[in-house]
Structure formats: C-alpha cells, structure tokens
Write a protein that binds this ligand. Sequence first.
Ligand code: NAI
Ligand code: MG
Length: 495
Amino acid sequence: MENLKKYQMYIGGEWVDAASGDYFETDNPYTGRPWGLIPRGGQQDVDSAVNAAHRTLNSVEWRGMTASKRGQLLRALGDMLGEHAPHLAEIEVRDNGKLYAEMSQQTEYLRQWYYYFGGLADKIEGAVIPIDKADNFTFTQYEPLGVIAAIIPWNSPLFLAAWKIAPALAAGNTLVIKPSEFTSASMLEFAKIFEKVGLPAGVLNVVTGFGVEVGAPLAVHPLVAKVAFTGSETTGKRIYATAAEGLKKVSLELGGKSANMVFEDAHLDNAVKGVISGIFAACGQTCVAGSRLLVQRSIHDNFVHKLVDLARTARLGDPMLSTTQLGPVTNRPQLSKILDYIGIAKQEGAEAVIGGKQPKEASLQAGWFVEPTIFIGIANSMRIAREEVFGPVLSVIPFDDEEEAVALANDSNYGLAAGLWTSDYRRALRLPSQLQVGTVWVNTYRAMSYMAPFGGYKQSGIGKESGQDMIKDYLQKKTVWMSTQEEVPNPFIIR
Ligand code: NAI
Ligand code: MG
C-alpha cells in the first residue's frame, strides 16, 4: 500500500472527514498511480456545508462587515495565493497532469481575480431614482444573492474556481464549492490558505466527492440561490433543468468546438503556432480548444505540412519538467473518450497525418498519454467536427472564401470562441461580428484576463465570467420607496 496523503473537507471553518467516513483515491496522470485520499462526501456533508454557508450569510461578522473590509480581505487572499503559487501549481500538476510551466503561470495569475473583484467590492452603488411621483424618495440597492454553489471541472481547478469565488465573495455571498472528483486536492490546499486570511468561518466551504453524490444534491439544495457551473454540456443541462425546480439562478460554461480560421493572407508561421497552441497546449483539455482548423484551400497542403512539422517536435513527458510540451491527459475516462473519438474519426474516413494513437516509448507507458493528432479529409458534418473531444485532436477543414469560412465556423451547436489569422485589417474588423461566439481572437489564441468577459453563445453556455459587469450576476437589486408625506392618501387607489 502506497503512502497516500489523506485530505479532509472544509466546512463551517472546520476540517472534517465525510459523514460516511469514506475516501476515494485521486490519481497522478503521469504515473497512473494514486497519490492521495479524498473524503467521499454525500448528502449529509452537503447539508452541513450549505447550512454553514447560510448561517454565515446572515451573521453579524459577514453581513455586518463593510464592503471595503471585504475587499481588503480578498486582496490579502490574493497576496497569500501569490506566495503559495508554486506549491499550488505542483498540486495541480500532480492531480491533473497539465504542464508545470502552464499551471505555475496560472496559479501566479490567479491572485488578479481576487485583487480585481476585491477592488470592486466597495464600488457597487445603487441609485436614487428621480421618481415621477410627488412626495416620494425612491432608491435602489444591490444585495447578495445568498449561498452560491460552485461546481468545478478538472482541467483548471483553481483558475476556474477563482472566476466564481472572487466575484461571489466581493458581492457579499457565501459559497459551497464542489471540485471535480479527479482534482479535488488543490481546492483543499486553497482552503488552507483561505483559512488564514481571516474571513468569517462558513463564508467558503469545500465538499469533495462525486457528481451524483455531492454535485447533484448541492445543485438542488433549497438554500442554494445560484449554481455556477463549468463542465460538460450534459451535466450543465441537467443542472439547468433541476435548478429550474427551485428557480435558482444558473451560470453555465460548457465548452465548445471552436474554429481557428487561417486565411491565405495570414502570417503563416505565426498561424501555425497559434493553431498548435489552440489544440495541443494543455493537451487539448481546454474549453476553448481550437479543435476545428478552417484553412483556405489555396494554402491547405502547405499549412498542414508546417503544422505536422511543428507537431512532430512536441516533447511528451513528465509534466513537471520545463522541457516537456505535452503531458498526459487528466483521467482514465478522458483517455478512453479521446481514443474513442480517434476511432470514430477513422471510421468516418478521416486520415491522421500525425498521431492517432498512444505513444510507444517505454517512459510514457505508465501515464495517460495520447500523441498529438491531426486529421485531414474532414467534413464539418462528421462527428469529429461537431462533438467536443477535449484532447489533442485537430480536425482540418478546407474552405474556399471568407463567406464559406464564416458559414463553417457558425455551423456548430457550440459558440464559445474562434480564432482568426489574417493580415488584412479589413477582414479582421469585418469578421468578429459575423461569428456566433463569445470570444474572438485575431492573430492570437487562448488569451484570457480577469478584465475581459468570457462565456459562450449557443450550447456553450449561459452567462459571462470575469470583467466588471459580471459581479451583477452575483447580486440582486432592491427598490425602496419612502413617502415624505405627512398623511397617507386615499388607500383605495394605487400609488
Ligand atoms: P462533468 O461535467 O461531469 O463534471 C464537471 C463537474 O460537475 C464535476 O465537479 C462533477 O463532479 C460535477 N458533476 C457531475 N455530475 C453532476 C451532477 N449530476 N450534478 C451536479 N454536478 C455534477 O465533466 P467530466 O465528466 O469531468 O468531463 C467530461 C467532459 O466534459 C470532457 O470530456 C469535456 O468534453 C467536458 N469538460 C468541459 C470543461 C469546460 O471547461 N467547459 C471542463 C471539463 C470537462
Ligand atoms: Mg487526479
């Protein structure tokens, strides 16, 4: 029996085991071996966490705290996260197999969400309405929604959680967080840091466990006001349906099948890098993966050659090493899913010009590796071009002109993002508004910021994250009417 690190959950400011006393193993995708034990939460743990969050919501310590103080504590949390960034990155890599080079950048950048929304906490102002009725003083104020359930996936746990935690707390809500069963450790390590900041106990709770055992009861809990979810389309839709029963607010970020469009006038070497970063970075396990390459027919063969040449140099290996460019995929089911899709693409008649299998090297046998894979001979109607693979698998689709490129890009159920590679500034200005997606990158890909709203069109989701406006999604507006009249007028007539 290996020596596994045993974690506890964080509920109401206490470190606790699951009520059942059960644990499950969490694996290291590079070694294919378990390294930690995570408490297997259930209904009872969800109840305690939601109750703790709800008690704190209306407590003197939290409700009575000024917005400035709240903001100050969130900024202090940002500072502390900065100090622990390398440690947090190491945990992320151990649990999800993404490159340390990328995760360390992410955990370093994480603090910005806490600074930004911490700064916003005391700048949320209601209004005095110049009301049309005499002898009335009418104003609005913003109030927190209540208890927020944040359900997080495995690809960038702390990053995607910060997008929810920072605005939710800045707005004065309390939270119950459920990390993915594949990557729960980093959120528990985060809670250890959070605890030191001095926010009231119960403001933030972490319940670990499986989707049906923790996620589902959390999403329908009567004391939860909003469910903020990132993950698969299937689970997102289920949450949306069940949340309707309790009229809960919902935000959903559900991935995509994003088109990276390369025109013949593009700077081709830059475009090659952009396409590679769009699909092979993070092993393709990002919601914004540019998994459909739309390339102008006149440059198709040349461009595919260049892509293959660069993809061939990709070094697979230990994600902790700075020389590694592609790590393993995060979990066993995901590995099977990717291999299944590779099989489907081949059955549909696609040709793999590189990859299309697991690597043979002895050093890569323990981990869950897939070769970077590029398919040509793809029609946009094929499953490989329509469904999210969430792996290092690129589908190349040729187009003749701009009109066809736009039509192909938009011919998708998803609408998360698109990339556009062109040297023609007129085209660069013309196309973004024609693309049915939430984010367009022109001559770049996968750029993100706490300041820039992010979210999907169509089946890619509901609501935005990041950016100033979105804090309103964690608030509700109240209108207060005050009479300045000495006498109450005729009670039988509406005021
Ligand atoms: P998932 O959507 O099942 O899991 C996301 C979170 O939801 C996890 O915390 C999970 O425990 C929870 N969950 C699962 N079932 C639930 C339920 N019935 N009620 C409430 N919560 C529930 O995603 P999974 O299975 O981990 O990955 C499957 C696919 O999802 C991937 O292959 C990929 O295509 C997509 N995905 C998309 C992401 C994105 O960033 N949009 C992130 C991760 C996965
Ligand atoms: Mg793991």
